[in-house]
Design a protein around this ligand. Structure first.
Ligand code: SF4
Ligand code: SF4
Length: 174
């Protein structure tokens, strides 16, 4: 079935927000499952783009090693000249889910949305929040499906502690 896209690509292609990080240990650096990382390695990407933990134990969740670009850091799969992801069809579930996120607050798992994504911001500013809510309903069903729960179970560390600036939408029970 596959996860549906929420943000129209024309918004992302002119946005300067995703795939860039303020430091090398940012919690926003995407999590890959071992399977997603292995698929990219099989396509010729070097093992060195992934962090040390994965190099030592391929069964763990893995993050990419970001690289410095100008005065910030970028994902090694990001092409800053074209402003796009080089591995777009193979990008991890963590990236495919965004601007929605899974966060844990007081032991409860929530689906949230990052209102700082310009597309989400636009929907709220133009009284189209229903669009976010309807997609949240779709995501709740997707996450409850065998495919969706498998995505979450193979990416346990993508569930972040509640960072405070995320709008919580739904409680999730897997
Ligand atoms: S912040 Fe939103 S609009 Fe910008 S690149 Fe990310 S998903 Fe696309
Ligand atoms: S994998 Fe692609 S979409 Fe995800 S952070 Fe890297 S460049 Fe961006």
């Amino acid at each position: 079935m596959g996860l549906r896209e929420f943000v129209p690509s024309e918004w992302c292609l002119r946005c300067q927000r995703c795939c860039r990080f303020s430091n090398q240990v940012s919690p926003w650096i995407p999590v890959f499952s071992a399977k997603e990382a292995e698929e990219l390695i099989a396509r010729g990407y070097p093992l060195a783009v992934f962090n040390k933990a994965f190099n030592e134990d391929p069964s763990v969740d893995v993050r990419v090693k970001v690289k410095q670009y100008r005065d910030y850091y970028i994902c090694p799969f990001f092409d800053p000249e074209k402003n796009c992801c080089e591995v777009y069809p193979l990008r991890p579930f963590d990236c495919r889910l965004y601007p929605f996120l899974l966060v844990r607050r007081d032991g409860v798992l929530y689906l949230g949305v990052d209102k700082e994504c310009p597309f989400v911001e636009h929907l709220f500013e133009t009284e189209q929040e229903w669009h976010v809510q309807r997609f949240a309903d779709y995501l709740v069903d997707y996450l409850a499906s065998p495919e969706g729960s498998d995505e979450v179970n193979t990416h346990p560390s993508m569930i972040a502690p509640y960072p405070g600036n995320i709008m919580l939408l739904r409680e999730i029970r897997l």
